[in-house]
Write a protein that binds this ligand. Structure first.
Ligand code: CTP
Length: 472
């Protein structure tokens, strides 16, 4: 007997099995999570009978009205409160080598367990009345859970050939659960890595995102790299690898550094896109790397070039090409700004410029920058961190005082044109820039009156005549 499967859904499925004289088992992720004490309300039910029939009967007993039926697949699902319950007939599958679409035949529960990805995902709990709650664990999934091991139920070459996405899933589970992949299983991933090519990019990225969202994503990335998968699914990232030496001068290994930054940002954000920004912040270092005999290694403009590389990376990985991508681009472009600022005397005007450029994303940018401070030199890290505190305090002070987040010029181009009776022209731009610079430099405050006065004096310098005294 295992931890309880309790509650109306399980009870009614049991009743349905009696009424229909069949069997039913809850299987897969739910059972694994139950044994790991991770609550889940996502149920996969398998029966050696007819999945649709038992779904319909259970729904009737639970007074659930809407059952979605997928006849071609022999599956059905319904929602009961926040439980999502899916039913399927037990299957025996046979795959062909160049497609993920299996040939499906009806089978027993044992057949169904055989075709699952890992022993920890192949456990089932009976929901029949006579042995309700019994754990059916033919591959010793419980032992693997206790020993924290990822292992395939069958020969791993078969399991991975059947569905190559499982290679990514193995690494994802190892990262999420902090489990070890059995050496034979890991070897099989390396052997079969190239078969990942038959999997759609969307599904690959879904797994990649799950790895990125774990507590320590670097575990997954090192495994992906070690097995050769990373080079196949995300080659531009593997270009970060290695520290090159010229005249005894080396630069840090940007692959290692990037993964350290990703791990460092993980406890501070659950925003997937900020984590992506951490992953991509130095992506252009390999293409901007130069060796200068005087100053050593440089990566000039890698933030700009990196920002430019992101659309093709996102498109290749089928990640969204919308405002999420723009946000990642912005983070990558600005990622050096707070750190450059903290290296020097932190002036008000530099802080104002940063606030205007980052807008509402300033806190995320600071989180990224802080994670980016990795160095073996402890004293250097401490110095950066303390300078960083100065930047944070200054940001707060100036924000409170100047209200610069999402800044809009207090005197618009329209007003300038109206006052001097101008069509859109260069002079309007000159006056606008003068106002912006004066606010950034702190020579005037960020308000309409002072900006308006400055506009008048700048206009007169340009020989313009005031046609209309505009009132706010
Ligand atoms: N499964 C499999 N091979 C796959 C995907 C899924 O064998 N490529 C099986 C596993 O038994 C798995 C179950 O289908 O437990 C449900 O899959 P899914 O809902 O994708 O994953 P979970 O294991 O529930 O885990 P998570 O919700 O974290 O993705």
């Amino acid at each position: 007997m295992v931890k309880s499967v309790d509650g109306p859904v399980f009870k009614k499925i049991a009743e349905a099995t009696t009424l229909l004289n069949t069997d039913a088992y809850v299987i897969g992720g739910f059972v694994r999570d139950l044994l790991l004490n991770r609550a889940s309300k996502d149920l996969d039910i398998v029966t050696s009978g007819d999945g649709i029939e038992i779904a319909t009967k259970t729904a009737e007993l639970l007074k659930v009205k809407k059952v979605s039926v997928f006849k071609t697949y022999g599956t059905a699902m319904f929602m009961y409160n926040d439980w999502q319950v899916e039913f399927v007939g037990a299957r025996k599958e046979s795959y062909n080598t160049d497609s993920r679409n299996p040939l499906v035949f009806p089978g027993t529960i044992k057949d169904d367990q055989n075709r699952r990805d890992f022993t920890i995902n192949a456990m089932a709990i009976s929901l029949r009345k006579n042995d309700f709650g019994a754990l059916i664990d033919p591959f010793h999934g419980v032992d693997d859970l206790n020993n924290k091991v990822i292992r395939t139920p069958l020969d791993p070459d078969i399991t991975f050939t059947d569905d190559p996405l499982r290679m990514m899933r193995a690494i994802r589970f190892a990262t999420q659960l902090k489990f070890q992949i059995l050496p034979e299983t890991l070897d099989a991933i390396t052997r079969n890595a190239s078969r990942i090519n038959i999997i759609t990019k969307e599904r690959i990225s879904e797994e990649l995102n799950k790895i990125i969202m774990t507590e320590k994503p670097s575990i997954g990335f090192y495994l992906l790299d070690q097995t050769g998968l990373l080079g196949l699914i995300f080659p531009v990232f593997t270009n970060l690898k290695g520290a090159e030496y010229v005249n005894g001068k080396g630069h840090k290994d940007n692959f290692k550094h990037t993964l350290e930054v990703l791990d460092r940002i993980a406890p501070n954000t659950d925003n997937l896109w900020l984590r992506w920004a951490a992953l991509l912040h130095d992506i252009a270092k390999p293409v901007t790397r130069r060796f200068d005999p005087l100053s050593g290694w440089t990566f000039h403009g890698h933030e700009f070039k990196g920002m430019k590389m992101i659309p093709s990376i996102f498109s290749e990985l089928r990640l969204p090409l919308n405002e999420k991508m723009k946000y990642v681009q912005k983070m990558v472009l600005l990622h050096l700004r707070p750190i450059v600022l903290s290296e020097d005397v932190v002036t008000d005007s530099a802080v104002r410029r940063l606030l205007i450029d980052a807008g509402d994303d300033i806190d995320d940018l600071m989180t990224l920058c802080e994670a980016d401070i990795t160095s073996k030199n402890h004293a250097k890290v401490l110095r950066y961190m303390s300078n960083f505190e100065v930047v944070r305090t200054k940001l707060k002070e100036i924000e409170a005082k100047d209200n610069l987040r999402n800044w809009q010029p207090p005197v618009s181009g329209e007003i300038i044109m109206e006052v001097f009776a101008l069509e859109p022209c260069r002079q309007v731009g000159v006056i606008k820039t003068a106002i912006r610079e004066a606010i950034l430099e702190g020579t005037i405050h960020n308000n309409f009156e002072e900006a308006f006065q400055l506009m008048l004096s700048e206009g007169s310098k340009l020989g313009l005549t005031v046609v209309k005294q505009h009132l706010k």
